[in-house]
Write a protein that binds this ligand. Sequence first.
Ligand code: F6P
Length: 554
Amino acid sequence: MPYTPSSQDVTQLPSWQALREQRQTLEGFSLRQAFTDDPQRFARFSLDDCGLFLDYSKNLIDVRTRSLLVELAREAGLAEAIAALFDGAQVNASERRPALHTALRRPLGERVLVDGVDVMPQVHRALQRMSELVGRVHHGLWRGYSDKPITDVVNIGIGGSFLGPQLVSEALLPFAQRGVRCHYLANIDGSSFQELAAKLCAETTLFIVSSKTFGTLETLKNAQAARGWYLAQGGSEEELHRHFMAVSSNVEAACAFGIREENILPMWDWVGGRYSLWSAIGLPIAMSIGISNFKELLTGAYRMDRHFQQAPFERNMPLLLAMLGVWYGNFWGAQSHAILPYDHYLRNITKHLQQLDMESNGKRVRQDGSALQIASGPVIWGGVGCNGQHAYHQLLHQGTLLIPADFIVPVSSYNPVADHHQWLFANCLSQSQALMLGKSHAEAEAELRAQGLSEAEVQRLAPHKVVPGNRPSNTLVLERVSPGRLGALIALYEHKVFVQSVIWGINAFDQWGVELGKELGKGVYSRMVGSDLSGAEDASTQGLIDFFRSHHRG
Ligand code: F6P
């Protein structure tokens, strides 16, 4: 189904103009004051759905700002865009493809057409095959060449064929079953390969070569290295099928690599890599937590899909998160956004959201190819709390940049130790509180005087102690990290990214920018190894190639 993206200039919409004025009106807006003036502010700016509680009251907004942001989403054609996304229209216009990750979590019985064919039966067939495979491994029926059951599964893949599965399988470790350990091999760095191989036993290891295209350099090199290692450890070509399987839309290339066709699970070109953890690319997740938990993950995401489609815009979680991002990026000049999970198990969410957001919305032209005149996606960064508090939070509190942040925290821990979790939760809340409240000059002076310092010392130190405050954040609270809630959380961000792409008029589902480096890499490699004797295009690259050639030892 072809998709005609809106060609309107979003900055000319009445709501955009009104938001510009609103930004001026809010120049002196004080969050402290807003909470004092409105005892209902927390209730007014919070939402509870799909197992996630979102507090967005610590944002530089009032009720009118929210209305204008929602109006902007309406005027930009979001309702039509959401329908197009779910109905399988070619929202990935440059590649003329739909982006149907939502089909992967829909129950059997629903219909989703791609080129007139209902894809739901194939989606559920793949899920059934995953279920059978997982069952065979978990029940010791899938055995290695020496007839021992599989104990370790190694996912060989990169980007979307790595980050999502790694996030989920590690976040759901408390749900791990049957003692199957999952490992991830992504980078083309021999050190990561050797370190992992040293922990494995070839007889009991199953490799999943996970690559939508089956043409990704890093993945193919690691897969070749894994095959070489397996053979060197005593495995044979005849028994290779017991140790190697693949998930790919390129069955031919996977077969050419030596993987048996019955050991290849499908992927489809209507699923983007960074949206693919819900497909058979999620096989390592299912190997770790079992197929029922994997289905719970899908159900959680499906609930968020329904919320996104059906909740009124004013109470629509992905929409609100997205529009707050637009507010800061396009009206306040924010260039980055911090993701701060206060949970060990969610430690990889920042990396997954980095790819999801930056590969999707790191674009400079609109769907119709015209240059974008406003800022698009921000830099996504961050890391697990409290560690960040003792590192980069200083810049969040006192730096000159405005950096909106999302705090993500579960209420309960799977591993309670004394009162650690109470302290972890308290730290999370106090960080967003400190960002919001800050410490005024007068408060800093009073604090220093109370310490008995001389007036000269008070004046010398006070400016350094001031924390401007008024810095915005969202807090997402989960009761506990569970498959369903994690599914909803990840889907929340997928839809947030989509909403923003609609506002900016860009294609969130292609990634042409990563291709140039790959193409140039071939030429650089040939010159480094001496198979191309011509000089590089520029002196810097040539100089570095020469340095490599004269110093390389291994
Ligand atoms: O190079 C970027 C990219 O294409 C990502 O979008 C993708 O997730 C990753 O590479 C891996 O691709 P594949 O699954 O085809 O190996």
